[in-house]
Design a protein around this ligand. Structure first.
Ligand SMILES: NC(=O)c1ccc[n+]([C@@H]2O[C@H](COP(=O)([O-])OP(=O)(O)OC[C@H]3O[C@@H](n4cnc5c(N)ncnc54)[C@H](OP(=O)(O)O)[C@@H]3O)[C@@H](O)[C@H]2O)c1
Length: 229
């Protein structure tokens, strides 16, 4: 039985580790990137790789309909697209809010909406969203308000999916990383203790667990992957 998953943001710091982990675990992977190219070493691990601007609702809907038509067994999506911006309430303009909501929320919502129709038809499915600690901890979010607000919508979206999915084997989980140990974060915070951060490969392991037979039985999961930071 083919075990097909969709991964968005596949070329990112986290995406590339998730692709590796799920490929090694035997999944057939459909993946999207934004404006960049699919890394060459990753392309060989993917059944289908595309550039899709997931802030474009119509393009995203067509894409999801196409891959679910091609892979009707597709049973999960790991929605990793997101981005960060600093700014307190007084710094945050409407344009900054729109940008963060587009990037962090709509890129997930526009995939989830047509995908949930597919899950209803096939009799179940799983969506994994990536939140962030500033979205649930005001102390961490007060200086990154647009980012925190946009990520907080993902927690609400998961609740709605879980409520609507009851009795239908449809679930949503939210994974909450602290600071991920990436080259960009090391460059931006050179004084930090990197050993306290969380490795992208550990988050990938957590995602693989959520998709496993045991993980699939969890409901309304919010998984905090903080390590010591
Ligand atoms: N890094 C951290 O410390 C941290 C902490 C907490 C939560 N997170 C969350 O974890 C997730 C992954 O983070 P990351 O560090 O791996 O991010 P990343 O390296 O910046 O990767 C972002 C990915 O999203 C894609 N993307 C960006 N805009 C897009 C668009 N409009 N349409 C489609 N794809 C688009 C990018 O593709 P292109 O490069 O081709 O545009 C890339 O594949 C994000 O949701 C982030 O908010 C990260």
């Amino acid at each position: 039985m083919p075990n097909h998953v969709l991964i968005t943001g596949a070329s990112g710091n986290l995406g590339s580790e998730v692709v590796k982990k799920l490929y090694d675990s035997g999944y057939g992977i459909c993946a999207t990137v934004g404006s960049g190219d699919v890394p060459l070493d990753m392309a060989a691990m993917l059944l289908d790789a595309r550039q899709v601007d997931l802030t474009d609702e119509a393009a995203t809907q067509s894409y999801v309909e196409e891959i679910t038509g091609q892979y009707p067994g597709l049973r999960a999506a790991v929605l990793l697209v997101g981005g960060f911006a600093m700014g307190s309430i007084s710094d945050t303009t409407g344009a900054m809010l729109d940008k963060q909501i587009n990037l962090n929320f709509k890129t997930a919502f526009f995939v989830a909406r047509p995908l949930l129709k597919h899950f209803e038809k096939r009799g179940g499915g799983q969506i994994i969203l990536v939140g962030s600690r500033p979205a649930i901890l005001p102390k961490a979010g007060k200086d990154m308000v647009a980012y925190a607000l946009s990520k907080s919508l993902l927690f609400r979206l998961a609740e709605f999916i879980n409520e609507a999915g009851k009795g239908k084997q449809i679930t949503a989980s939210v994974l909450v990383p602290s600071t991920i140990d990436t080259a960009a974060n090391r460059q931006n915070m050179p004084e930090a203790d990197f050993t306290k951060w969380v490795k992208a490969s550990d988050i990938a392991e957590a995602i693989a667990f959520l998709l496993s037979d045991t993980g699939s039985t969890l409901r309304e999961t919010v998984l905090k992957v903080y390590n010591e930071s």
